[in-house]
Ligand binder design. Structure first.
Ligand SMILES: Nc1ncnc2c1ncn2[C@@H]1O[C@H](COP(=O)(O)OP(=O)(O)OP(=O)(O)O)[C@@H](O)[C@H]1O
Ligand SMILES: [Mg+2]
Length: 359
């Protein structure tokens, strides 16, 4: 391996890496634990009556975590408010997080019909960064690190990057018998090592993780997001990427990602269960204490995102403006929602849901 710090790594090897570089009993043991935890999560998701309830909320949380790896910070509260607002005036960082969410969902829906492609990657990047059409795969040298120190210098320029990405796409789509979780780990390293864009590579790469395993059938819905884990172990994340580059240490990288899948599956399963329990108890409470306003659609709406407002009920035909206001007021009375003033409109917070999501 001929990597030299400070010089674009044009010798970055194409995929796949030699299996002898990573295969071990330890990896397969860790793989089977990750697969089991993920399968349990997949099996549990259908209890949530409307899958959008889960997807909406989890993707928003992921958008926040993934962006904060890049020091793009917003609070859960700002994010949810901006998301519910008709005239969002969120700060630019919150906007970027909201674009991350949309980019994930758009790409996920495209992948229902299409293979993974170069265009898909570029579109995710463009959408997150609001890049214009001329931008795309970079034609300039970039350095990873900070002003004081370069950690890694990815390959350059456009032609080299394009051919490495074509190899990446081919490996992603190929049915070669390699386990999808192992492939996801390999793909994520390689994508970051190629680093095809001027910015947003971390986020585009992390969005691809979930898209890839969904595409391979390990999940029916995009509900597994590693960013919280990667953020918690950010030093390891960066160190192990570097280890692959400098020492060909694929094994530790793959183990790290498999552990992330297992931990995150367990954590997400708990969230799914908590949301489900809260949903059921909310239905019971409303039926018991305010049965006159109960409808399936109405309660479901309270779980689509933590904030609700009059317009949501009006737009979805649940109630007229006056009635909607009464309905929401009634839920405040029985303690299901709390009313929060914002500049332009009243927002109603599902506090318990908010708590679960922000955990
Ligand atoms: N040594 C390394 N080799 C390859 N990739 C690396 C290395 N260290 C970090 N990275 C990747 O580069 C990403 C940062 O690149 P970039 O700033 O373009 O993406 P981003 O989405 O803006 O940032 P972030 O990933 O922090 O959200 C990191 O998140 C990580 O995925
Ligand atoms: Mg960045």
């Amino acid at each position: 391996m001929s990597y030299k710090k400070g010089t674009p790594y044009n010798d970055l090897p194409l995929l796949p890496p030699d299996i002898n570089k990573w295969e071990s009993i330890e990896i397969y043991k860790s793989l089977s634990e990750a697969r089991a935890a993920l399968a349990e999560l997949k099996g549990r998701c259908p209890v949530i009556p409307n899958p959008m309830m889960l997807i909406n909320t989890l993707v928003l949380q992921e958008a926040k975590d993934s962006s904060s790896i890049e020091n793009i910070f917003t609070t859960s509260d700002k994010l949810y408010r901006a998301f519910a607002s008709a005239k969002p005036d969120p700060d630019t960082q919150t906007k970027e997080v909201i674009r991350y969410r949309q980019a994930t969902l758009d790409a996920w829906s495209k992948l229902q019909k299409n293979e993974i492609s170069l265009k898909l990657l570029v579109n995710i990047y463009k959408q997150i960064k609001e890049a214009n059409d001329a931008e795309g795969i970079r034609d300039e040298v970039v350095y990873i690190g900070n002003a004081m120190k370069t950690i890694y210098t990815p390959p350059c320029c456009k032609k080299v990057l394009t051919s490495k990405l074509e190899n990446w796409v081919e490996f992603a789509n190929k049915n070669d018998g390699l386990d999808p979780l192992i492939k996801m780990a390999i793909l994520h390293y390689q994508f970051e090592a190629i680093h095809p864009f001027t910015d947003g590579n971390g986020r585009t790469g992390r969005i691809m993780n979930i898209l890839f395993i969904s595409k391979k059938g390990l999940l029916d819905k995009p509900v597994l997001y590693l960013s919280k884990y990667l953020n918690e172990y950010k030093n390891d994340y960066y160190r192990l990427l570097k280890e692959v580059t400098e020492n060909g240490n694929w094994a530790d990288w793959i183990l790290f990602i498999l552990k992330g899948v297992k931990d995150t599956s367990v954590r997400t399963l708990k969230k799914v269960n908590d949301i489900y329990e809260l949903y059921k108890s909310t239905v019971d409470k409303v039926k018991k204490e305010a049965n006159e306003i109960y409808s399936y659609e109405f309660i479901e709406m309270l779980f689509n995102q933590p904030y609700c407002k009059i317009n949501f009920l009006v737009d979805s035909g649940i109630a007229s403006r006056n009635t909607a206001s009464k309905y929401l007021g009634r839920l405040v009375e029985i303690g299901v929602l709390s009313k929060e003033k914002s500049a332009s409109e009243s927002l109603y917070l599902n506090k318990e849901l908010f708590k679960i999501l922000s955990q």
